[in-house]
Design a protein around this ligand. Structure first.
Ligand code: GDP
Ligand code: CA
Length: 312
């Protein structure tokens, strides 16, 4: 079976580990979010691609969910000793190596998709990991504070401010001119089923869907999504702040309506969200907490079973 999955960072990566376990003989292509990408100290950092790569490749810091296992922070401390900003983004020594190689390859003219493939040569994530686009797009957040009304990089809002300042707007800069990375539309066209993991519906999945051509290609396929919202709240993280910014309630029902019936054929919700419904979408309620690898595998298996049953 050929499976395509979209993915953000931690939530997406953990789900993908379950998906691999649920479908060991399938060919899985992951379309990763690059709206969170940021240039720091002259280095191009792709947090979501790296989280997927490290998680599936066995290099992730399991407790934290991002960054490398066994990490040290000597470079970060040395930069801070020089007073170098920003100091709010945690880059470890091991992680730095990834960003150095990526930046060097990008500077040599390789597109991000080829850089990602080269990095995955080491990590062997067991999926084909594609960035949503080789073109640079960045999620920016419009906020108002003492400094006035301004747009800041998503990471500054998410990591430095912990989304404590309300987002007035969330914009994917460069979206209109961006093209899907090579292989993305072909993988979607060849897919038997498409699965949307419980990644952030605004700044992860929503970002990928904004790359011209991707949503339309997905609408032709059998797509099943897993709700990231359980009982009116995100399971972890601050997805509620992102949903509020785009005027969407934090509920499994509202995220279902946000994705819509043109995109989704099936929607998995948690048992406490039984009753969620939308014309044209088959909704199933089941346990949705990715509390351990087995529970996560069972969620992914349920998504696949639903998708197969809906495939016309
Ligand atoms: P990303 O969007 O994939 O980068 O992942 P995040 O780690 O930011 O999490 C995205 C979403 O996943 C959040 O809205 C969480 O509510 C949701 N999430 C995290 N853990 C779980 C879980 O165990 N079950 C479900 N259903 N959603 C989860
Ligand atoms: Ca993310």
């Amino acid at each position: 079976m050929r499976i395509v999955s979209l993915a953000g960072g931690i939530g997406g990566a953990r789900f993908l580990r379950g998906l691999k376990a649920a479908a060991p003989d399938s060919e899985i292509t992951v379309i990763g979010n690059t709206g969170d990408d940021i240039t720091l100290f002259g280095l191009r950092v792709c947090p979501d691609l790296d989280t997927v790569m490290y998680t599936l490749g066995g290099g992730i810091n399991e407790e934290q969910g991002w960054g490398r296992a066994g990490e040290t922070f000597t470079v970060k401390e040395e930069l801070a000793a020089y007073g170098m900003e920003p100091q709010w983004f945690g880059l470890g020594d091991r992680d730095f190596a990834t960003h150095i190689i990526r930046s060097q390859m990008l500077a040599a003219g390789y597109p991000l998709s080829q850089v990602t493939e080269a990095l995955c040569d080491r990590w062997r994530p067991g999926v084909r990991l594609l960035p949503m686009s080789d073109d640079r797009t960045e999620t920016h957040v419009v906020v108002s504070d003492e400094a006035g009304r301004r747009a800041i990089h998503f990471q500054e809002w998410w990591v430095r401010l912990r989304a404590s300042v309300p987002a007035e707007q969330i914009v994917l800069v460069g979206a209109d001119e961006a093209r899907p990375a090579p292989g993305v539309l072909d993988a979607i066209a060849a897919a038997d089923v498409v699965i949307l993991p419980p990644s952030n519906p605004v700044v992860s999945i929503g970002t990928i869907l904004q790359i011209p051509g991707i949503r339309a290609a997905l609408e032709d396929k059998t797509v099943v999504g897993v709700s990231p919202i359980i009982g009116g709240a995100p399971v972890r993280g601050m997805a509620d702040a992102c949903l509020t910014a785009i005027g969407v309630e934090t509920s499994a029902q509202a995220v279902l309506e946000l994705y819509g019936s043109a995109l989704l054929d099936g929607w998995l919700v948690a048992e406490e969200d039984k009753g969620v419904a939308l014309d044209g979408v088959v909704v199933e309620a089941r346990p949705l907490l990715m509390s351990n690898p087995e529970a996560t595998r069972d969620i992914a298996a349920a998504a696949l079973t639903l998708a197969r049953s809906l495939k016309s």
